[in-house]
Design a protein around this ligand. Structure first.
Ligand code: SAH
Ligand code: SF4
Length: 359
């Protein structure tokens, strides 16, 4: 039923009011995933390494100007401990995410950590080594290369919105927040050799279905390897909060997010698509629903319970106060209940990426 996914059709799907048709869309996306990349859900242990950030994105709770969060940086030993947990739990991969920083000390710390992490092995004596995704904002090509050479092989940098005018409405108008720089950073990531992931927030003020359709077409034109998208969740300590009355309700933001996942799966069959935590913030089964609509990656939070609260990019983030064991066993339990197999001890790399390499 979804043979033609041109701009008009994408907009139509995003606006579709017939819930039976939309359920059919999810089923079709799930089946395409089964047929192309298989049923496995890959887990990446998420380590939120620091909430220090030089930027001031107008939507984000840890923006530099917000005085409320206590600023932290996880020490090397604790990062290694979390990585070892992921390795022993059979996750296969971790994601190191944090605010954007360009100081040498931080850059070196990441490089050093990467070297250590890729040399780690599980306690059971197997030769498995962790796959590592980074999500540390815009960096110069030389830094992207340095981290790639130290062992990272995937990078997430959301474009946030692929429409320049909308991007500029949700970021300060200064030299740190240029749309063109963000695009260039995505190209640098590819040049450095990474599997490149991007994504957008869904349900932003001033955003409509046309913008979202253009986001999907942007992902396709950039030939991305991975995607992480999720609902925008307003944060009272940010400038964008003043537009909260313009937002679609939570249910709509959640549904739009599921549709974006399903449509992208139909457009790009073999990429990795994340079922994001922000979806779970709206619906306790949000991530599982995203998997049923075509996503294939989940990121259980391994950040130490003591600092989780301070990494509140958005409010009411689920799992604050849980420790790694709890977050992880909850996810694994739910997936098992749904008969969704977990891709243990595998990197779960983007098949789209390996196919491009072969060409
Ligand atoms: N500093 C890095 C990575 C950490 S932020 C970067 O910005 O790329 C990770 C993601 O959190 C951002 O890309 C953004 O899409 C998301 N985010 C920030 N504030 C949010 C909010 N209020 N609601 C939903 N997602 C948000
Ligand atoms: Fe910093 Fe990322 Fe938040 Fe922007 S979205 S303020 S870069 S942590």
């Amino acid at each position: 039923m979804t043979k033609m996914l041109d701009r008009d059709n994408l907009i139509k799907w995003l606006k579709e009011e017939d819930s039976d048709k939309v359920s059919e869309l999810y089923r079709e996306a799930f089946n395409v995933k089964l047929a192309t990349i298989g049923p496995e859900v890959y887990l990446r242990g998420l380590i939120e390494i620091s909430n220090r950030c030089r930027k001031n994105c107008l939507y984000c709770g840890i923006r530099a100007s917000n005085q409320h969060p206590v600023r932290y940086e996880i020490g090397e030993e604790d990062v290694i401990r979390s990585a070892q947990f992921a390795l022993d739990a059979g996750y296969g991969s971790i994601v190191i995410q944090g605010g954007e920083r360009r100081d040498r000390q931080f850059i070196d710390k990441i490089s050093k950590l990467l070297e250590k992490i890729v040399s780690m092995r599980p306690k059971d004596g197997s030769q498995m080594r962790l796959g590592v995704t980074l999500s540390l904002g815009e960096q110069p090509l030389s830094v992207y290369k340095e981290w790639f050479n130290a062992g990272a092989h995937r990078y997430l940098l959301r474009i946030e919105s692929s429409t320049k005018e909308l991007y500029e409405k949700i970021h300060p108008k200064d030299s740190l927040h240029r749309f063109e720089d963000r695009i260039e950073a995505l190209h640098s990531l590819r040049e450095a050799g990474y599997q490149v992931g991007t994504g957008v927030m869904i349900g932003l003020p001033f955003q409509n279905e046309e913008h979202l359709a253009d986001d999907l077409l942007f992902f396709k034109s950039l030939d991305i390897d991975m995607c992480g998208m999720g609902p925008y969740l307003e944060h009272s300590e940010t400038p964008l909060y003043q537009y909260r009355d313009l937002l679609p309700d939570m249910k709509r933001r959640f549904e739009l997010s599921l549709r974006m996942v399903a449509l992208l799966r139909l457009m790009m069959n073999d990429i990795n698509i994340a079922a994001t935590t922000a979806m779970q913030a709206i619906d306790p089964l949000g991530r599982e629903k995203a998997i049923m609509a075509g996503a294939n990656v989940m990121m259980p939070n391994l950040t130490l319970a003591q600092v989780r609260e301070e990494y509140s990019i958005y409010q009411n983030k689920p799992g604050v106060g849980e420790d790694a064991e709890i977050s992880s066993s909850l996810i694994e339990g739910r997936l098992k209940n749904m008969n969704l197999p977990i891709g243990y001890n595998r990197w779960g790399d983007s098949i789209h990426f390996s196919k491009r390499k072969e060409r």
